[in-house]
Design a protein around this ligand. Sequence first.
Ligand SMILES: C[S@@+](CC[C@H](N)C(=O)[O-])C[C@H]1O[C@@H](n2cnc3c(N)ncnc32)[C@H](O)[C@@H]1O
Length: 269
Amino acid sequence: MLVRDVLIEATRRIKSISDIPNKEARILLSFYLKKDQIWIITHDNENIEEEGYFELIKRREKNEPIEYITNSANFYGKEFYVDSNVLIPRPETELLVDQVVSICRGMKRPRIVEIGTGSGIVSIMLKYLIPDAEVTAIDISEEALNIAKDNAIKHNQKIEFICSDLCENYVEKNFDILVSNPPYIANDEVLDIGLSYEPSLALYGGGIGDEILRKIIDIYQEKNIKYLACEMGYDQKEKIDNYIENLALHVEYYKDLSNLDRGFVIERS
Ligand SMILES: C[S@@+](CC[C@H](N)C(=O)[O-])C[C@H]1O[C@@H](n2cnc3c(N)ncnc32)[C@H](O)[C@@H]1O
């Protein structure tokens, strides 16, 4: 089939599940042919073998995220490998990185520990943006850690990776900052079909949803870390407030680009 006709047909097939069907059809064609977008635009009269391409379109029609089909996701302007063992990076998590960068301003060799690194995007970006930081990244999933390690190598960033349930197995070290985008969805919440492709371990935070967040606050307390920066669900501010009420901690919440409460920073005075 001609490139032009392939794109028309693919766009038609994924129209009902995508807001940007034509763009996705092009991205998938570019991935399939291993050609860039310019080539696609300038070769619309080219004949191609379309069978393999429509296999990819079939996966997308079933709502599989495009990032898992292409094994690629963008975060903070950089490209990372992803597959179904890790959460797909979300744009709002860039704000979590920004929070830590602003905490670190003026600090020398800040020691940062991330709980739940997944694909490694937060730790890797922090190392990019704060080159003298010492970054330790923890995840309970060995599969996720392998991906994070590969992403760190690809981006040439030196990070210490540890496989652990929260901080159970990490070597004692004094950290200045604990950062986390933990799973924070309640176990019984019904999710969009696209989310069903993502690892449950990365999404569900317990019966209520904030259980892991609370454990992270406990770790921050036990280890006497100076700062804690966390992403949370848009409706979890009250629960966090209630949890830290008696801990005499100063908490500042930040909002995402949709003006929803999205995370918090705690500083020990
Ligand atoms: C919401 S994902 C965040 C991934 C990545 N940091 C990001 O922002 O895209 C949460 C991560 O926490 C990990 N995780 C879940 N429970 C954990 C636990 N008890 N200890 C350590 N990591 C855990 C999951 O495997 C997952 O990679």
